[in-house]
Design a protein around this ligand. Structure first.
Ligand code: UDP
Ligand code: MG
Length: 219
């Protein structure tokens, strides 16, 4: 990826919502986005793209100009400059669509974009330059429960940010920078909110019911 990702200067979307369905999946760190996305992939045929996973892959990619920047942001719980993440997502969407076209073809591509957008500039850029989103799935969970889950995950995840100090910073970024994104979409009536406090099976039942109710078969 070049030092200035091409998406930085784009002003019209690469994909039309007629061809591609995008759901943003938001929620605090440890809310259970990844867990719920994995289930939605099985039942609804979505492709799951985690912004954090794409950044971690770019961080360790041989020759990447962004490795050090990404490493520092992740550890610090701050947000990587939006051009980088938006470009990684566009690249992944293009790869997925190319692979599908080579296979069955025809079907509408459906993406769950997990952990993105976490800042207003990312939301605007992605919808302007990549694809307008259909709606936001927001997993709502109290901080003490999220902290418990992250500390538990940290025992085995190997993630540089699953420790008490990084978790505290990630919570602050979530409240100050990412919640305004949820509020913005909420005002537009584009948010499906799910209580993510219960166990995964119960959260999934609620998610499935609400998604089906809003989207029907038309997505
Ligand atoms: N991140 C970012 N921009 C994004 C998504 C993630 O900069 O759009 C960085 C940020 O530093 C964040 C970290 O990646 O704290 C981990 O994100 P991930 O989604 O993996 O964490 P989760 O919220 O799922 O625990
Ligand atoms: Mg995640």
């Amino acid at each position: 990826m070049p030092a200035v990702p091409p998406v930085a200067s784009k002003t019209s979307p690469t994909f039309s919502p007629n061809d591609v369905t995008v759901l943003f999946v938001l929620g605090g760190p440890g809310a259970g986005k990844g867990t719920q996305c994995a289930r939605l992939v099985e039942d609804f045929g979505f492709t799951h793209l985690s912004a954090g996973d794409l950044l971690r892959a770019e961080q360790t990619r041989e020759g990447s100009e962004f490795g050090a920047l990404i490493r520092d942001c992740i550890k610090d719980g701050s947000i990587v400059p939006m051009e980088v993440t938006v470009q990684l997502l566009e690249n992944a969407m293009k790869d997925t669509i190319a692979a599908v076209r080579g296979g069955s073809g025809g079907a509408k591509a459906r993406f769950l974009i997990d952990g993105f957008p976490r800042k207003m500039d990312q939301a605007f850029k992605f919808e302007e330059a990549v694809c307008p989103a259909r709606l936001v799935l927001f997993f709502d969970c109290p901080e003490d429960e999220m902290e418990r889950r992250l500390l538990e995950r940290g025992k085995t995840s190997g993630r540089s940010d699953d420790n008490a100090d990084s978790i505290r910073k990630r919570f602050r970024t979530f409240v100050e920078t990412s919640m305004p994104v949820v509020d913005h979409y909420e005002k537009e009536g584009r948010v499906i909110k799910v209580d993510a406090t219960p166990a995964p099976d119960a959260v999934y039942r609620d998610t499935q019911a609400k998604l089906t109710k809003v989207l029907g078969d038309n997505f």
